[in-house]
Design a protein around this ligand. Structure first.
Ligand code: HEC
Ligand code: HEC
Length: 330
């Protein structure tokens, strides 16, 4: 008994040293891999934990050339106050529904995971499966005019299109060609095990969204009715069913990171499930129809899982492609 007791202490010491070694080694591996993991899964951590920086737009007001700067400022104004220039009572043309580009591309396309323009200059022209063609930036801009703003396309040689392109290209010209800016587009959102539920979404809409977007979802115009203070979420002045926002994953991601107004991606107010359910409620309401949806995604195998119009390469229903559950469909 006595001799056994004497032998034990050195053994324990050795195993503690071993454990410490393993611990130190794991910490080193963890720290080395962290930036990759964070970047890959778009996880948001306090910035001092990793080096990857969110994209930050170039400042158009620092441009020296006065004529160029004026064009960039005009481009920014067209994105921030689209309705004033190109809405139903637009001072230049009347080709869109009264919404502003920045209702979705927040702060003129500069907000992290607020659908910013950090990866447009770097990635376009690019092949898009929706049209089955290689698209230049102006085609993408006109897509949003025709779908998100339920309007008409803008003449590519117009002063307005040139200014919009100049602005989008300038603010993103700090992203290296071919690269995706970190924090551009929308932040990933996990699928639920169940289908999104419009009924539970309706209750959440009433408690969290209605005070701004209104009970009837039609938004609220300013005093001189020139622009929305709160943009519509459905109805005749909203985006049509050919818009990117009509896909539930895009809408749910946008809501989770950006709504109610003031929400940021690193401090979301709603849970994942709540975001999916509210998106399902909003997309159950009436909105304008885009008459070319059937021509989209010419290669049906390329259709995203949440594209709500048949035909499909799989045997899941239109309803399941609209609201899920998506997990088993991938
Ligand atoms: C109702 C919301 C909404 C409005 C308003 C809107 N867009 Fe978009 N826009 C989107 C969505 C959603 C996408 C991404 C669609 C996708 O990739 O499926 C997008 C994508 C884009 C892109 C490509 C971005 C990228 O990173 O690839 C550009 C450029 C763009 N929009 C410009 C505009 C312009 C200019 C306007 C105003 C004329 C506008 N958008 C208005 C929702 C909107
Ligand atoms: C405090 C007011 C406020 C609340 C509450 C609010 N929003 Fe918004 N929402 C806005 C404003 C303002 C914009 C336009 C942003 C801009 O132009 O800068 C917007 C834009 C949007 C857009 C994109 C533009 C469009 O009209 O399609 C969607 C979608 C949206 N909100 C959904 C929601 C949902 C869903 C909720 C509830 C979870 C919500 N919002 C709560 C003020 C609000």
């Amino acid at each position: 008994m006595g001799t056994e007791k004497k032998r034990e202490p050195p053994k324990k010491k050795k195993s503690i040293e071993k454990r410490l070694m393993v611990l130190v080694f794991s910490v080193i591996v963890f720290v080395l891999l962290l930036p990759t993991v964070v970047y890959h899964f778009k996880i948001s951590l306090p910035h001092y934990l990793y080096q990857k920086k969110y994209w930050h737009p170039l400042n158009i007001y620092e441009v020296a050339d006065t004529a160029y700067k004026a064009e960039l400022v005009y481009g920014k104004n067209l994105i921030a106050n689209t309705a004033k220039y190109l809405g139903p009572n637009g001072i230049v043309k009347q080709i869109s529904n009264g919404m502003n580009c920045q209702n979705c591309h927040l702060a003129a396309g500069t907000v992290v995971f607020g659908m910013n323009y950090g990866s447009v200059a770097s990635i376009y022209p690019k092949f898009r499966a929706r049209s089955g063609t290689v698209e230049p930036i102006y085609k993408r801009v006109n897509d949003c005019f025709e779908r998100s703003l339920n309007g008409k396309s803008l003449d590519t040689s117009s002063r307005e299109m040139k200014a919009i392109l100049a602005y989008i290209q300038y603010i993103g010209s700090n992203t290296p060609k071919g690269e995706q800016a970190f924090g551009s587009g929308l932040k990933a959102l996990a699928f639920m095990d169940r289908a999104a539920d419009p009924l539970s979404g309706k209750l959440l809409y009433m408690s969290t969204c209605q005070r701004c977007h209104q009970r009837n979802g039609q938004g609220l115009l300013n005093a001189d009715r020139s622009e929305f203070v709160y943009p519509p979420l459905w109805g005749q002045n909203s985006f049509n069913d050919g818009a990117g926002m009509y896909r539930i994953s895009n809408l749910a991601k946008f809501i989770k990171s950006n709504m109610p107004q003031g929400t940021t991606h690193n401090k979301p107010v709603l849970s994942n499930d709540e975001s999916w359910d509210i998106a399902a409620f909003v997309l159950s309401q009436k909105r304008p129809h885009f008459d070319r949806v059937k021509a989209d995604w010419p290669d049906i195998k390329q259709k995203p899982v949440d594209y709500p119009f048949a035909p499909y390469a799989d045997s899941f229903s239109e309803q399941q492609h609209k609201f899920g559950p998506f997990k088993q469909m991938q």
